[in-house]
Design a protein around this ligand. Structure first.
Ligand code: OSB
Ligand code: MG
Length: 359
């Protein structure tokens, strides 16, 4: 196929509930929807999921918009592409900027699957049509509000809950949830808020039967995580510092973690994500699919991807109602018995609400 155009559409989706983490608070999800067209007029959809500020990872909406228009598009426009796996190769001259690359690469995968008249999950030889999913809960004002929020999600059918934590907001809110819900799969995400000095506070979490604690230490760190892994019983999961299969090799060599929160955009796209899944399964690292508060485009892709064999652990892929009143797709993801359906259409399996995109 030949890439004829790559266009971006800016959207701003207000969140139903603000999302507070150890580093900040989000009230709306701004993102760009990428539409790639081929010589036959087919369209592939991708999402630029970067945030406005470089506080989760280094990429921002502004940096990735610039890289996409100045560096990524010129490498792909009018190129003949036999298979989307070659896109990563074509984009090799661009260092870093994983989220910009992923926005375009995933759109080309969607385009390719649509040309083959299959869904992405069919391309990935997936079997699952419904996925058990989890929910990520932000830091709350007080413990009553937290219990109410978690209670609503449990009632809705989620039985894997991840709580955002930070120094001063960790053991106690987790203990309160654990006491109210002794049997849910509970876990914590620190978004790099701790250092080795906090090791004793982190060890206290061992009494709470957590599935894992995600990214306690710095975004660049592998060594201190390895030290912590020897001291703590709760399994460690890494998110921010996993950008490539090489990072996973470091994890295995150093013993930095037991699990990987895999986000397609954080590793530069589907091709690298596939390599990471294969490597993790081979090495016995638990791999599960994380989220970036994606719009329906990114979420549809996440459902397609996480339907593959090997993703037994529930991902951070929640129902539309957990995020937005108004999404960019016409379909709504509704939770049934703790599961979301894998969209069954071709490509990512969903259609764009072009009115919301202003097209
Ligand atoms: O650290 O996993 C994270 C959202 C935005 C940025 C980082 C993270 C998250 C989440 C939410 O935890 C996952 C989701 O529901 O999309
Ligand atoms: Mg995380």
């Amino acid at each position: 196929m030949k890439i004829k155009s790559i266009r971006s559409y800016l959207v701003n989706l207000p969140l139903i509930t603000p999302f507070k983490t150890s580093y900040g608070e989000l009230h709306e999800k701004k993102c760009d929807i990428i539409i790639v067209t081929d010589e036959l007029g087919n369209e592939g959809y991708g999402e630029l999921v970067a945030f406005e500020t470089p506080d989760y990872v280094s990429e921002t909406l502004d940096t990735e918009r610039l890289i996409i228009s100045k560096d990524i598009i010129p490498l792909l426009i009018n190129k003949k592409i036999k298979h989307p796996e070659v896109v990563t190769e074509l984009l090799k001259p661009v260092k870093g900027h994983w989220m910009g690359k992923s926005a375009v690469e995933t759109a080309i995968w969607d385009l390719y699957a649509k040309r083959q008249h299959v869904s992405l999950s069919e391309l990935f030889h997936s079997q699952s049509k419904h996925l058990v999913v989890g929910v990520s809960v932000g830091i709350q004002e007080d413990l009553d509000l937290l219990l109410e929020q978690v209670g609503n999600y449990v009632e809705a059918g989620y039985d894997r809950v991840k709580l955002k934590i930070k120094p001063g907001y960790d053991y106690e809110p987790l203990r309160v949830i654990r006491e109210a819900y002794p049997n849910i799969m509970l876990m914590a995400d620190a978004n790099s808020a701790y250092t080795l000095k906090d090791i004793n506070q982190l060890k206290k979490l061992d009494t709470l039967n957590l599935m894992m604690v995600e990214q306690p230490f710095s975004t660049d760190d592998f060594l201190d995580h390895a030290i912590l892994a020897k001291e703590i019983e709760t399994p460690i999961c890494l998110d921010e510092n996993i950008r490539s299969i090489e990072d996973c090799k470091l994890v295995v060599a150093l013993g930095s973690a037991h699990a990987i929160n895999l986000k397609i955009p954080r590793v530069g796209g589907i091709t690298e994500a596939q390599k990471i899944v294969a490597y993790c399964l081979d090495q016995g690292l638990l791999v599960w699919l994380g989220g970036m508060l994606e719009s329906g485009v990114g979420r549809a892709l996440n459902l397609q991807f996480a339907s593959q064999a090997g993703f037994g652990f529930p991902g951070d892929i929640s129902a539309t109602s957990r995020y937005f009143h108004q999404d960019v797709i016409n379909e709504e993801f509704i939770l049934h018995n703790g599961c979301l359906p894998v969209p069954q259409g071709i490509g990512i399996g969903v259609t764009l609400n072009k009115e919301v995109l202003g097209i």
